[in-house]
Design a protein around this ligand. Structure first.
Ligand code: ASP
Length: 418
C-alpha cells in the first residue's frame, strides 16, 4: 500500500489525466456530465471537511503557540522575524513579476475591445485605497463569535493573540485553561489526520473538475500572459523561496519539498490557503519539524497576510491590463503598483479568487480600467492554483526560517549569559 503522501501524488496525477480525457468527450456527453457531478460532490465534501476543522484548529493553535512563546519571552523576536520575512519575500515576488512583464510585455497587440462581451457584463464595486485600508483595519478587531461564524481568519488570529498573551500574563491561575486548549488542539489534529485519509480522493476530484472545465479558446488568446505569470510564480516558488531557505537555514530544497508536498498539492487543488491550513500546519510541524509554537503563529498569520503568489499576480496583471489598454506605466506608477499590490495581497483572504477582488484597488491606484478584470476572471481558477501553492509555500518556508532565526538568537543570548 503506498503511503498517504504517495497516494496524494497519484490522486493529483490521475485527476489531471482524467480531466484531460473528459475535455475530449465534448460538453454534451452524459459520461462527462455525470463524472463532473460526482467530482463536484466529492471535492465539495473534502473542502467542507477542511473548513469544518479550520476555525477551532487555528484558534487553539494560536492560543497555545502564543502562550508558550510568551512564556519563554520569545514572542517579540518571532514577531519581528516573521514580519521581516513576509515583507522581504513578497517584495521579491513582485519585483520578479514586474521585471518579467516589463521585459516580455504581454498584452501588446491585443486590445480591450476584443473582449467586449466580457466587459459589458461586468459589474464591480469601486473602492479607493483609503477605503480599503479603513475596512482592513476595521476587520481586525471583531466580536470573536462573529469572526468564528464568518471564518474570518485574521480577526480570529488577533483575538487568539490577545487570549494567548493574557493566559501567560495571568500566570498560574489560568494553567488549567491553557492545558484545556492544549488538549483541545491535540484532538483537532487527530481529526485532521482522519480528514487527510480521504485527501487523495478529494484532490483527484478537484483536479479532474479543474482541467475538464477550462475554456481552451480563451486560454489560447491569453496564452502569453498565462505562461509568463505562471512561469514567474513557479520561478519564485522553485528558486527564490528555496534559495532564501538555503541561505538562512542551509536546508536543501529537496528536503523542503518532500516535507511540504501534501500541503502544496492541497493548495494547488483547492486554491484556498485557508482550506489548506490544517494540512499546512500538519506538514510544517510533523515533516519540517518546526515547533508547534512557532508554526502555530507563523502559518495562520501568513495564510492571510503573506501571499507572494497573489502579490506577484496582482502586480503582473496590472501591467498586462495597462498593455491591453495601450497605456505605458512610468517607473513611479509601477512603484505605486508595487506598494498597492503589497497591501492588496495582505488584505486578500485565503479563499479562491480573493486576489481578483483586491486587484481592483491596484488597477485604480494608477487609473487603469477596472472592467479589464472581466477578462481575467474566466482564467482565474487556473492561475489561482499556482499562486495559492506559492502562497502556502511562503508560509511554510517562513516558519522554518523564523525558527532558525529565533533559535540562533537564543544560542547567542545563552552564550552571552555564560
Ligand atoms: N486563492 C489565494 C489563496 O487562497 C488568494 C488569491 O486569490 O490570490 O491564497
Amino acid at each position: 500500500m503506498p503511503s498517504l503522501n504517495q497516494q496524494i501524488f497519484i490522486g493529483a496525477l490521475l485527476g489531471l489525466l482524467v480531466g484531460g480525457v473528459l475535455t475530449q468527450l465534448g460538453d454534451a456527453s452524459p459520461v462527462r456530465e455525470w463524472s463532473l457531478y460526482a467530482c463536484t460532490l466529492t471535492a465539495g465534501v473534502f473542502v467542507d471537511l477542511l473548513k469544518m476543522i479550520l476555525v477551532p484548529l487555528i484558534f487553539s493553535t494560536i492560543v497555545v503557540g502564543v502562550a508558550n512563546l510568551q512564556a519563554h519571552q520569545q514572542i517579540h523576536r518571532v514577531w519581528v522575524a516573521t514580519l521581516l520575512f513576509f515583507m522581504t519575500s513578497t517584495a521579491l515576488a513582485m519585483l520578479l513579476g514586474l521585471t518579467v512583464m516589463n521585459v516580455f510585455r504581454p498584452g501588446e497587440g491585443l486590445h480591450l475591445a476584443m473582449f467586449q462581451d466580457a466587459l459589458t457584463n461586468f459589474h464591480h464595486k469601486q473602492m479607493t485605497g483609503s477605503e480599503f485600508f479603513t475596512q482592513f483595519l476595521h476587520g481586525l478587531f471583531q466580536n470573536p463569535f462573529t469572526a468564528f461564524a464568518k471564518g474570518d481568519i485574521l480577526a480570529i488570529v488577533i483575538f487568539a493573540l490577545f487570549l494567548g498573551v493574557a493566559l501567560v500574563v495571568g500566570g498560574e491561575r489560568y494553567r488549567n485553561i491553557l492545558n484545556l486548549f492544549q488538549e483541545f488542539l491535540d484532538l483537532m489534529m487527530r481529526i485532521v489526520g482522519w480528514i487527510m485519509l480521504i485527501s487523495p480522493l478529494g484532490i483527484f476530484a478537484l483536479l479532474t473538475k479543474l482541467v475538464a472545465t477550462q475554456d481552451i479558446a480563451l486560454l489560447s488568446t491569453l496564452a502569453k500572459f498565462i505562461v509568463l505569470v505562471t512561469g514567474s510564480t513557479i520561478v519564485h516558488g522553485v528558486i527564490v523561496l528555496p534559495l532564501l531557505l538555503y541561505i538562512v537555514t542551509k536546508k536543501s530544497p529537496l528536503w523542503f519539498f518532500r516535507g511540504a508536498r501534501e500541503a502544496l498539492i492541497t493548495a494547488f487543488a483547492t486554491s484556498s490557503s485557508n482550506a489548506t491550513l490544517p494540512v499546512t500546519l500538519k506538514c510544517t510541524t510533523e515533516n519540517l519539524k518546526v515547533s508547534k509554537d512557532i508554526s502555530g503563529f507563523v502559518v495562520p498569520l501568513g495564510a492571510t497576510i503573506n501571499m507572494d503568489g497573489t502579490a506577484l499576480y496582482e502586480a503582473a496583471a496590472a501591467l498586462f491590463v495597462a498593455n491591453l489598454a495601450g497605456i505605458d506605466l512610468s517607473l513611479s506608477q509601477q512603484m505605486i503598483v508595487f506598494a498597492t499590490a503589497m497591501i492588496a495581497s495582505m488584505g486578500a483572504p485565503g479563499i479562491p479568487s480573493a486576489g481578483m477582488v483586491t486587484m481592483i484597488m491596484v488597477l485604480q491606484s494608477v487609473g487603469l480600467p477596472i472592467e479589464a478584470i472581466a477578462i481575467l476572471l474566466p482564467i482565474d481558477r487556473l492561475l489561482d492554483t499556482f499562486r495559492t501553492a506559492v502562497n502556502v509555500e511562503g508560509d511554510m518556508i517562513g516558519s522554518v526560517i523564523v525558527q532558525k532565526l529565533v533559535e540562533g538568537k537564543e544560542e547567542i543570548s545563552a552564550a552571552e549569559i555564560q
